[in-house]
Design a protein around this ligand. Structure first.
Ligand code: HEM
Length: 163
C-alpha cells in the first residue's frame, strides 16, 4: 500500500471514530436526561452478565439507554485503538495524538464506571466534560489527517468543478 492510500484509510477511521463518539455523546445525554444513570447498578458487568452477553430482551426502559451507552462506549474504545494504530503507522507528530486519544478514552470509560459504582455526581460532571474534550480531539485528528490534496483545494477555494 502506498503512503497516500494509508492516509485516506486513517482519515476515514478518524471520521468513523468521530461519528461514533457523536452518537455516544447523544446517548450519554439521554442517559442523564431520562435519569437512567443508575438503571444498571453494577460495572463492568451488567446485572451480573458479561456486558457483551447481556440479553437484548432485557434492554427495556432506563436499562436500554444505560446499557446501549456502555456498548457504544466499547465500540468507540475499539475504534480509538484502531485509529491510534493507524496514526502510529503513519509516523510523525500525529502518533502522540493517537496515544492521547487512547488514554482519554480509557479514563472516560473508567470515570463512567466509577460514576455507577461510587454514585458520585461530581464524577458525572467530569465524565460529561471530558466527553466534549475527547470529541474535539477526534475532530482535530480528522482534520489533520485529511488527505493533502483536499486540504490544499479547500485552502485555495478550488473545491468545485473546473469552469
Ligand atoms: C468514550 C466513552 C464515553 C463517552 C464519550 C461518554 C459520554 C457521556 C456523556 C456526554 C454523558 C452525559 C453527561 C451529561 O449529561 O452531563 C454520559 C453519561 C453517563 N455515562 Fe458515559 N460516556 C462514555 C463511556 C461510558 C462508560 C463506559 C460508562 C460505564 C458505565 C458510562 C456511564 C455513564 C453514566 C452512568 C452516565 C450518566 C451520568 C449521570 O447522569 O448520572 N459512560 N456519558
Amino acid at each position: 500500500m502506498t503512503r497516500p492510500e494509508l492516509g485516506v484509510v486513517t482519515h476515514r477511521v478518524g471520521l468513523a471514530t468521530l461519528a461514533a463518539t457523536g452518537v455516544l455523546i447523544v446517548l450519554g445525554g439521554l442517559v442523564t436526561n431520562t435519569g437512567a444513570g443508575l438503571a444498571v447498578p453494577d460495572w463492568p458487568s451488567t446485572f451480573g452478565h458479561n456486558m457483551f452477553l447481556f440479553p437484548w430482551s432485557q434492554m427495556i426502559g432506563g436499562v436500554f439507554y444505560e446499557h446501549s451507552h456502555r456498548l457504544v462506549g466499547a465500540l468507540v474504545g475499539l475504534l480509538t485503538l484502531v485509529l491510534a494504530a493507524a496514526l502510529w503507522r503513519e509516523g510523525g507528530r500525529l502518533r502522540r495524538l493517537g496515544l492521547v486519544a487512547v488514554a482519554i478514552v480509557l479514563v472516560q470509560g473508567v470515570l463512567g464506571g466509577l460514576r455507577v459504582v461510587l454514585q458520585q455526581d461530581t464524577l458525572a460532571i467530569f465524565h460529561g466534560s471530558l466527553a466534549q474534550a475527547f470529541f474535539a480531539l477526534l475532530a482535530a485528528v480528522a482534520l489533520l489527517t485529511m488527505p493533502r490534496g483536499r486540504v490544499e483545494l479547500h485552502a485555495t477555494g478550488m473545491t468545485g468543478a473546473p469552469e
